[in-house]
Design a protein around this ligand. Structure first.
Ligand SMILES: C[S@@+](CC[C@H](N)C(=O)[O-])C[C@H]1O[C@@H](n2cnc3c(N)ncnc32)[C@H](O)[C@@H]1O
Length: 304
């Protein structure tokens, strides 16, 4: 629903863009690339658009069912080089040993059981194979924003937050659909108290938004609730409550995803451990990637 920072949308800039362009530049026709936790394949698209993918076979795996719509924009001749495997765990890869020349992942591998995934990665990578990973950095801008968003979502969904107050207000708004209902509401002290409380929560929301570094969930929830209350006035209480529960579920989902993002982000010690695990004796190369003046991620590269 809101601008969840967990997934790249194709706006590659700065050192993240440079990292991927370096990683793809050595590819040769006939080589195979594996993308772990590929989502809808932003890396595959980047590789294709950077013209590095000529003759390369790409396989992307993700636990979720993926739907890379951008594939539909490719010429018929270009599509067969990309294969997406939804419902596949990075911890149990359906590929033969020593199959891939390059294994990549962007904001994905760190969500998995690292021990098991690294074992699988090592199994399917050729002895001469390379690895390039972009991993959440515990001090990155993305993680900072996610932490801020978590506090807003917890407030929205918490006791006496905007969702709770809206749930109480919906029956009053439904009654305001008729002239008689409006007259009754005007003298209903309990309904007036609910409206006063709702307005106070809206003011609290504005105050929070003015202090927030990532106020998106607050603004978006406010807009969604305005639309929902209009729908309640037209369609009645049941319609209002149905929409409210849908909104609450979306917010809850965002909250879970953002908490997962913050939990899986790696600090210096965590990325050091991963680099040693990946390097088989000689640690993989670690860099902190920046874009637009912000720390964005760790880059991890193994080039034997
Ligand atoms: C933040 S998204 C990143 C997607 C994509 N790599 C990108 O750059 O936009 C994380 C992805 O990891 C996938 N994922 C999480 N755990 C996984 C696992 N154990 N095995 C495979 N995929 C997993 C999720 O389904 C999700 O698509």
């Amino acid at each position: 629903m809101h601008s969840c920072p967990t997934s790249f949308s194709g706006n590659y800039e700065g050192e993240v863009a440079d990292f991927w362009s370096r990683s793809f530049s050595g590819l040769r026709p006939g080589q195979r690339v594996l993308d772990l936790c590929c989502g809808n394949g932003p890396l595959a698209e980047l590789m294709f658009r950077s013209k590095s993918a000529h003759g390369v076979r790409y396989d992307g795996v993700d636990l979720a069912q993926v739907n890379p719509l951008w594939l539909g924009t490719l010429a018929d001749a270009d599509r067969p080089q990309f294969a997406f495997h939804g419902g596949v765990a990075a911890e149990a890869l359906p590929f033969a040993d020593a199959s891939f020349d390059l294994v990549i992942s962007q904001f994905g591998l760190e969500y998995t059981d690292l021990e098991r995934t690294m074992q699988e990665l090592g199994r399917v990578l050729k002895g001469t194979g390379r690895v390039a990973l972009v991993v959440h950095h515990a001090a990155s801008r993305t993680v900072q924003l996610a932490r801020d968003e978590v506090t807003h979502l917890q407030w929205l969904l918490g006791r006496d937050g905007l969702i709770d107050q809206t749930r109480l207000l919906v029956p009053c708004v439904a009654r305001s659909a008729t002239e008689a209902g409006r007259r009754a509401l005007a003298t209903d002290a309990a309904a007036n108290a609910l409206r006063t409380r709702f307005n106070a929560v809206q003011q609290e929301l504005s105050a929070r938004a003015s202090r927030a570094s990532c106020p998106d969930p607050l603004h978006e929830a406010r807009e969604a609730i305005a639309v929902l209350l209009e729908a309640t006035a037209r369609g009645g209480e049941a319609e209002g409550l149905r929409r409210l529960e849908g909104l609450a579920a979306e917010l809850q989902d965002s909250l879970h995803r953002l908490i997962a993002l913050c939990r899986c982000a790696l600090d210096e010690a965590g990325i050091g451990r991963l680099a040693r695990q990946l390097g088989r004796g000689q640690p993989a190369e670690v860099s902190a990637l920046r874009a637009q003046g912000h720390l964005m991620a760790w880059g991890l590269a193994l080039n034997p």
